[in-house]
Ligand binder design. Sequence first.
Ligand code: SF4
Length: 417
Amino acid sequence: MDKNLGIYIHIPFCAGKCAYCDFYSLAGHEKLMPAYQHALLYHIREYAPQLDGYLTDSVYFGGGTPSYYGCDRLISIFNTLKKHGHILLDAEVTAEVNPDSITKADLIRMHRAGFNRLSIGVQSANDALLKSLGRRHDFAAAEETVRNAREAGFRNISIDLIYGLPSQSRDDWADTLNKAAALKTEHISCYGLKIEEGSQLYIYKDSPFMPDDDTQADMYLYAVETLSRFGFKQYEISNFARRGYESRHNMKYWSGDEYLGFGAASHSYIGGVRYNYIADLEKYSENVLSGKNIVDLGEEISDFEKASEYLMLRLRTTKGISEKEYTDIYPCSMEKTINLLRHYESQGWATLSDGRWSFTPTGFLLSNTLIGEILETQTKQRSEMIKPWEKPEAAVLRSQLTLFDIKPQEVQMFKGI
Ligand code: SF4
């Protein structure tokens, strides 16, 4: 049976570099756009035969700034995918756009070409903050982009916001949330600012102008509560949607589903292998055309790693995890982890509903630590399951037998292996 697939296209070009950004994106490299486009189209056509057996139900153009790359190029890539990428008619097709690099005419053309979802980089409703971040638009331009998108026919619009900005007060964040909600989009992502090494903001890392962890945590909980009042249901740590408008593409990442990336620095997970391409757009373009290696890192994911990723990624979502789903991927008891989750529940960090464990908003705030503890517990549980004198295959088999409630004599037989 055909499997569903998400396709991601990375566009590593921007009009300017934002102060907080550490993504692979370059400003001032417009001259390289034609060669990059040529390589992308070539790469998609070259890869096409390997897409047999897949049906693409989501396409995502991310960056960088796809709108700065130009809507002609985006449409041309999408047309190539329509020809070679087994795209379903009802696929979710998203492009990230910034208000300063997209016109109404562009949006009309993109919608006609089949793009049906936009992710708009709004970030804040405070023009002074936008300026200090190196953003090239003000909030009025963001409002205009949403209006233009509606008039162009887009019925599924997401906006990105950032909180915990330098000198940002809680009132300022509240104002941004209210104004963002008034845009009446279907989806909102809220990211806490992280000062990454390599970004321009890094010099302010320990500055008193930065909201401290408690203030950021407050802003986060305030966002969860406010957006829920406006009808946005939280479905992932940083993502909120009206019912039925959860991002299909991003859900693939959190559900361990397969996706295929094209472009420099893009990531893929397909056929049990996870890999990423080199974060160097010139090298990517040259090597694609000359048939040289473009893979930076790649690894086959074992069943235990798959199960660990299941815990790590699913616990980011409000759908959470179930013992059955975990043991279907890797047969290992979750007894100790369930005890840990019960402890989290008593602290108000986790909740159990219909056999599924998920974090509460307070739990999401601590999710890095909590997920770390869960992974450690599961790893210990697994090593207890594998005795040093047993062959690994035998240990897996024993765990399967244990899980499926075997009779004592079968255990006896097994011990003889
Ligand atoms: S527009 Fe996005 S990708 Fe480009 S520099 Fe700004 S944050 Fe980074």
